[in-house]
Design a protein. Structure first.
Length: 402
């Protein structure tokens, strides 16, 4: 079995990625777990010998490959152009865009349209159309019953009553109903509106009490923090001028620096910020990405024959369930599809037509049934009326007894 030495950075902070005990005997962490899983995917066996390196600049650790002090560097090593002079990197096993970490503030998000937000525009249109259709149905039923309010009224008054009647009946109890099937339609309509209004009230209370987490980005940065020993300091030096730069060594340093105002914001790579937010996410937010980076990977010597095989093994690991499990175990990060809460509070969802689809179907079927039974009833009444007229005429023609 082939053996090779693996240089591992001995970090003073963020032990979630690389965790080396004080005696350099126990080595673990997310990056080491991914490295070991990738070794298992190789078609040949390799026995790694881990060599902890004291907390140095990561670029200096990568340079040890050029000096043949080790065969590979395993850890949370970010691919940057300066390091490619001394090593070749595998496919990244994790993205590492640069984000800005800032405190979060809760803001009320109320506008003039908040009253309309519980329902989508399509649902509002559906309710208005349902109101008009119910008015048409009641108008038709009352017209067939020869209700004077509908039967003898001018066209424009009929049109107004069709639109206004379902609404006025809810609040003002206006109008007289003569057709008993109109009453059935009206009862179904009132029940429908009652249910819709109850749901609307519940949703509106959610919108009115909504307070969102929003990033508190200062208008002007006076002091910024960064992870000590990270290449992010180069990014800060290149893009942030005439500001105080504060190196930070742990998540507690991040939290304390933001709380006491030592720094206005912290620049760091996405994996570290995600770890921080997994612990303190309720009070802080990330802004970005501000800059894209290739990602975290493992470093091999230049022209190493193992790099290509190891890259293929890394791809297999990142596509497997093991990657998700390792993120949960070591980083405390739950994938967004499985997470119950996002990075920030989201708006309550507006209800759409499909939320009331069954309710509108029942109302529509009840209205159609009422019209059908009304027509049957009218025809039956006419038949009975015609029969009574005919019987009356026959009785009149019969000779009267003296």
């Amino acid at each position: 079995m082939t053996t090779f030495s693996v240089c591992v950075p001995k970090k003073q902070a963020f032990h979630e990625f690389v965790d080396v005990d004080e005696k350099d005997q126990r080595i673990g962490g997310f990056s080491i777990a991914i490295f070991c899983l990738a070794l298992q995917e190789l078609s040949f066996k390799i026995q790694p010998i881990f060599v902890p390196i004291p907390d140095e600049n990561y670029t200096e650790i990568v340079q040890k490959l050029a000096g043949k002090e080790c065969d590979v560097v395993a850890g949370d090593i970010t691919i940057i152009s300066n390091r490619t002079k001394y090593a070749e990197f595998t496919i990244p096993y994790m993205s590492s865009e640069i984000y800005m970490l800032v405190p979060a503030t809760r803001k009320w998000n109320q506008t003039i349209l908040t009253l309309m937000k519980p329902f989508t525009p399509r649902l509002w249109i559906e309710i208005i159309l349902a109101c008009i259709l119910i008015g048409i149905a009641i108008g038709f039923l009352e017209y067939r019953e020869q209700n004077p309010s509908f039967y003898q009224a001018p066209f424009f008054q009929k049109l107004f009553m069709i639109i206004w009647y379902p609404v006025s009946k809810i609040f003002l109890q206006e109008g007289e109903i003569r057709n008993k099937f109109s009453k059935v339609v009206l009862v179904v309509w009132l029940l429908t509106i009652f249910i819709v209004m109850q749901i609307f009230t519940a949703c509106l209370s959610s919108w009115l009490t909504l307070n969102q987490l929003q990033p508190k980005v200062p208008k002007q940065l006076n002091a910024v923090g960064y992870q000590n020993g990270s290449f992010v300091v180069d990014f800060v030096n290149d893009h942030v001028k005439n500001l105080t730069r504060v190196p930070l060594s742990s998540m507690d340093d991040y939290k304390n620096a933001l709380e006491n105002g030592t720094v206005d914001a912290i620049f760091d790579e996405l994996p570290y910020i995600d770890i921080f937010l997994a612990k303190y996410g309720g009070h802080y937010m990330k802004v970005g990405p501000i800059a894209d980076e290739p990602g975290l990977a493992f470093a091999f010597p230049l022209e190493s024959p193992l790099r290509q095989n190891f890259s293929a093994a890394v791809v297999k690991v990142t596509e497997s369930q093991d990657m998700i499990d390792m993120k949960k175990i070591y980083l405390g990060i739950i994938p967004q599809l499985l997470s119950k809460q996002d990075d920030h509070s989201t708006d309550p969802q507006s209800l759409d037509v499909h939320s009331f689809f069954l309710l509108f179907i029942v109302m529509g079927l009840a209205t159609v049934a009422a019209i059908i039974f009304s027509e049957i009833s009218i025809k039956c009444n006419r038949i009975r009326y015609d029969e009574s007229i005919e019987m009356g005429s026959i009785s009149n023609k019969l000779p009267q007894k003296a």
